[in-house]
Design a protein around this ligand. Sequence first.
Ligand code: GLN
Ligand code: ZN
Length: 768
Amino acid sequence: MPAASNLGFPRIGRKRELKKALESYWSGACGVSELEAVGAELRKANWRLQRDAGIDHIPSNDFSFYDHVLDTCAMVGAVPDRYAWKASCVDLDTYFAMARGIQDESTGRDVIAMEMTKWFDTNYHYIVPEFAADQKFTLASTKAIDEFNEAKGIGVQTRPVLLGPLSFLMLGKTKDPAVEPLDLLDHLVGVYEEVLTRLGESGAEWVQMDEPCLVLDLDAKQLSAYQQAYTRLRSAAGDLKILLATYFGDLGESLDTTAALPVDGLHVDLIRSPDQLDALLQRLPQHMVLSAGVVDGRNVWVNDLARSLAVLERIQSSVGPDRLIVAPSCSMIHVPIDLGLETQLDTEVHDWLAFAEQKLDEIVGLTRAMREGRDAVSDLLTESRRRIDSRRRSSKVHRQDVKDRAAGIRPGDASRASPFSQRRLLQKQKLGLPRFPTTTIGSFPQTPQMRTNRAALRNGKITREQYERFLEAEIAETIRFQEEIGLDVLVHGEPERNDMVQYFGEQLTGFAFTQQAWVQSYGSRYVRPPIIYGDVSRPQPMTVRWATYAASLTDKPIKAMLTGPITMLQWSFVRDDQSRRDTARQIALAVRDEVGDLEAAGIGVIQIDEPAIREGLPLRRHDWPAYLEWAVECFRIASSCVRDDTQIHTHMCYAEFNDIVEAIAALDADVISIESSRSQMELLDAFESYDYPNEIGPGVYDIHSPRIPSAEEMRELLSRATRYLSADQVWVNPDCGLKTRCWEEIRPALRNMVQAAQAMRAELAEVR
Ligand code: GLN
Ligand code: ZN
């Protein structure tokens, strides 16, 4: 009979219990046993919930106090030397030290955290495994086995989840370039063998080995490593069956190797990559079970049950009922827990959504239909049809004027009237800026008073009038400070913004915001992504009031701040009824409207932030050009409606732009500011071989640290920049917005930054 399964359930708790427990443990307010107790409660609740929902294959070891990749580091004892770990088991404090670093004033111990990066193309961040050249592995955490036994203790048979050894290694880094992570495989597999043996002895029937790296571009060496490792694991596993889980893409070229692996089941993502099914059904060996990911684990829309059933029926007619598992496309940690907690969502939009708990019901319903026939779930099917139809037809989703406008975009709409060389002269004349012009990225410190005032406005404790007076005072203060220290292009400081996407989304049509729909971003940091459900338009100006107010206070140029279309897309749950490109183009037009209004209101410099442009890159290289083409086009649609003498800026952060530098140039922003101070201007390497045409401000002040850089060190970074770029091209600015810093830090730091620019100007004057 087909089985209902899940690949992973959100670990944070319906009421963010995990966050509260972690933060209270870290602050010393609670002890380890209290923290452990909260973890145990959450696991128990999740197992019971899934069992009661009717899930047959319930995951365990999907819980984590911080991150499942870090858990795997602990499992195999991959603890970098700097944590001075000597015990045989990785204790919780070592684990958290790896995640967060340690700064202990009383002992003087100061150890940095491990690196963190994005988990494939999601907004979840994992801890990057760090290997020594002579790395040895040992079983140093029995969490997977303990949690299996813990579930068994309350009568729930689970399927433990392990991050597979190949993906674990490939997601990691070695410190020594002579050794590649894969060279460590042989030794690593020994630990996995031990874990599988022990899981088998504990009574596990299945283990889920996550190998998402199988959807990346792999070379022959990597593929043969899979063969090697799984052959060994197969024999260690004995009667324990191995489900190899892939997700976020298609197996592509790796299909043949994967189908030949000695495993008992294969999970594939049929939401992201439905087209891989045909080839898969042809290649799937007789003994293998197919776990079909037909319920979207990455997005929040109600499942089209009839459509999923059609897929499942096709699979079943090919492999038979006993070899079919119904599953979400990937772990559900990427979606919020329970739609039932949303009491303030528009009822129509609410009707179109399914969060993790609702998705469990969908999986179970689909499984029932496969076992008993469609008639057994006719109510569910009718309900699903009704919701899908309601969404398909809703006037909240579909706005003919928006569609027509997007369809009518002409190539000319995506380019400026004149080339940069001409615009540059006109902008110079109009703005009258010195060499090495100084500016900031937009936000100034978000003070507690700002949050208090926003909350007071929301709760009706102050009037809008009072709130606006408060913002004006903040803006005035920020402008005064910038004038005083001699910055050249000023900003209003963004005191009115809660978040760079939410602030705009709340003023656009087609966006919904939730109350409790948290998803883990990293560790105890959770976010509530907006839901883009409908055609996007901008009913009225969003930022003009604050930009013009700021401009009224100074004679210096004011730079207005907007969030770009790709960043709004990337950091939201997006529509699945049209392409990402189409949604992005609509947002681009909305931003374009704002750009036009800002210019008409006399603002001569406008920045459109696109920090997320790089993280939108597809997982496979051959998909990069198409993505970059539409992403760049969207930015240009948003920014190209202005006169030649209006200066367009953009900003990007989160390093490693070197491989997309040509796309960055293609944005044709007059000025780009870009993160680089942390990597000591590593970014500049890209400009050795590539002549970046427009102006650029490589960040010289690392705002992610409380440190105050000296004028001299920033001048040094600027001189380094002038070795790669012409002195006429270089702007002087911090790495990113200042919102997370406090005034005591940024006052001296920005003063020093202005001094560094002055020193560069003086140097240049001497040379002449
Ligand atoms: N303008 C935004 C700010 O200054 C940019 C933030 C970002 O790049 N993430 O905060
Ligand atoms: Zn930034």
